[in-house]
Design a protein around this ligand. Structure first.
Ligand SMILES: [Zn+2]
Length: 295
């Protein structure tokens, strides 16, 4: 989508405006860019997206942490007495890599609402990290598969396993490309890439592997268990476990997005005159907002 501030148009996670802003490197946001030059984004985002290093900037546009994945930023633009804040994907709660997104007052807010339904009340990430640590400890000696998206969630779980369980997980090539960018920006992640001698060594005993979500199911775990002659379990780690059943032995409600209640608190702090909801269904939030405005 496109917003305009003080007569200038800005493409939000797309090329369409006079200037374009890329909030973070997840595929559904990167795919809005045909041209890869003159993009306003963090250096980390351009590196993860595989775009050139040429960053664009505008004095009237400010980037703020979004607490989502490495390099994720919110955008605040102010020009000729008008202001707009766009969250991109954001997490308000603090996580293992640092602080959550902070709000900034603006006239207009464009907010993502992936979990914009009141039935989503996600626990504190640190509670979920402990749950993961406990599950891994209880099943030590087994093979444990944890399903996680290759960018963001995989790195978060690698760090959780390093810190909470002193475990070096086995990781797939697909997530390794992103983990190496995390490492380049100073985020150390102890991991063993499948196919390397190090991973082979790790896989001689019970081990934890971080796999794409589609592989974290009981059928695949059973096959793997048969092949290795060891009990194999699988788990998923996503906010969607709050609303959907999963074919897994454990389900961890770990999300790098704000939940309904986070978004409501965040909207209060931004105190905008106008709100647009993107990436989800904003119906419930819209209702909440109208109640607040007494309409
Ligand atoms: Zn995202």
């Amino acid at each position: 989508m496109e917003v305009s501030v003080g007569g200038k148009s800005i493409g939000l996670d797309c090329n369409s405006g006079e200037v374009s802003f890329l909030s973070h490197a997840h595929g559904d946001h990167v795919s809005g860019f045909k041209k890869k030059e003159r993009i306003i984004a963090s250096e980390e985002t351009l590196a993860l997206a595989g775009f050139g290093a040429e960053r664009h900037s505008e004095e009237w546009i400010q980037l703020l942490d979004a607490g989502h994945i490495l390099g994720s930023r919110q955008m605040y633009a102010e020009l000729d007495g008008e202001s707009v804040l766009y969250t991109g994907d954001f997490r308000v709660k603090n996580g293992i890599f640092g602080k959550g997104a902070a709000a900034k007052e603006a006239d207009r807010l464009v907010v993502e609402c992936t979990y914009g339904d009141p039935r989503f009340k996600l626990p504190d990430p640190f509670e979920v990290y402990s749950q993961i640590g406990k599950w891994v400890k209880e099943n030590s000696g087994s093979i444990m598969l944890i399903g996680a998206y290759n960018l963001g969630k995989a790195q978060e779980i690698i760090r959780v396993l390093n810190e909470y369980s002193s475990i070096v997980p086995v990781v797939m090539q697909e997530s390794e490309r992103f983990s190496s960018v995390y490492a380049k920006y100073g985020i150390g992640l102890e991991r063993a890439v499948v196919g390397t001698p190090e991973a082979e060594e790790v896989m001689k005993g019970g081990f934890v592997a971080i796999v794409p979500p589609k592989l974290a199911n009981r059928g695949f775990a059973r096959k793997l268990g048969d092949a290795f002659g060891r009990r194999a379990l699988c788990a998923v780690a996503t906010g969607w476990v709050m609303s959907m059943r999963h074919n897994a032995d454990a389900a961890f409600p770990l999300s790098d997005h704000a939940d309904f209640y986070d978004i409501v608190g965040y909207m209060d702090a931004v105190n905008p005159k106008r709100v647009d909801f993107v990436h989800g269904d904003g119906t419930h939030l819209e209702k909440k907002l109208q109640q607040k405005l007494g309409k």
